[in-house]
Design a protein around this ligand. Structure first.
Ligand SMILES: [Mg+2]
Length: 236
């Protein structure tokens, strides 16, 4: 009997319909946001630099930032049922986010979902003792400069324990974790990348679609993955 797969789930634009980090950046960042966003989309700067650059434009008040994030939150349909399904089949659910991160637990708490998630790998954003907004990336790779949160390492941690991984995400930055997983449920940018690279995937509309996905078997993805979390990170 195969081990039930674990789910590694992106947060912004995946669990929530909107990317709340991008929404905060666009709302408070003004023209500076467009410049930083264009540089990121052209892959001139990695997400870690995007976060730190945008943070300079945000209010230095976590209450204001959290209130906006909560106001704009819409949980994608079926997420609650998906979490119940995962619990029923004894599958672990990990959220892995490379956004500002501070709003994830409050949002899940607000919707009574937090207790159904096994663990949350996320960045943190806070006002430091000098009144400056800081973004810290505790799950970054030790030398790779691309991601703030090394989602590929979280996928690999599970696989090295013999647990297959289904990756659920929407953004281009999800390509690293997705490329290491055994099956991918992609939307938007990630779907295009899966198609271009002939990965094992099925696109999805809401979390009811993901409930239908069967547990994959463990696969060695080292030759076709986009990065090397146990090595120097991004493959050149
Ligand atoms: Mg996303």
């Amino acid at each position: 009997m195969t081990t039930n797969a674990a789910y590694v789930v992106d947060f912004d634009g995946t669990v929530t319909t909107k990317d709340l980090s991008s929404e905060l950046a666009a709302f408070f960042g003004g023209t500076e946001f467009m410049e930083i966003e264009n540089r990121y989309r052209n892959r001139e700067i990695p997400i870690k630099i995007w976060l730190q650059s945008i943070a300079k434009s945000l209010p230095r008040d976590m209450d204001i930032l959290l209130a906006k994030a909560l106001q704009w939150t819409e949980i994608r349909p079926g997420f609650d049922s998906f979490l119940d399904h995962a619990i029923e089949q004894d599958s672990q659910v990990f959220i892995a986010s490379d956004g500002f991160g501070f709003y994830i637990e409050p949002i899940l708490e607000e919707y009574n979902l937090l207790h159904k998630v096994d663990y949350i790998y996320r960045n943190d954003t806070f006002v430091d003792g000098h009144g400056k907004l800081q973004v810290v990336t505790p799950h970054a790779h030790s030398v790779c400069t691309v991601c703030g949160n090394c989602k590929a390492a979280h996928v690999l941690d599970l696989k090295e324990k013999g647990i297959p991984v289904i990756y659920i995400g929407d953004g281009s930055n999800d390509r690293f974790g997705a490329s290491w997983s055994d099956y991918i449920c992609p939307r938007d940018q990630l779907e295009k990348i899966c198609k271009e690279n002939d990965f094992n995937y099925s696109p999805w509309f809401d979390f009811y679609d993901i409930i239908k996905v069967e547990s994959p078997s463990l696969q060695d993805r080292s030759a076709i993955s986009f990065c090397s979390p146990r090595g120097s990170g991004i493959k050149v």
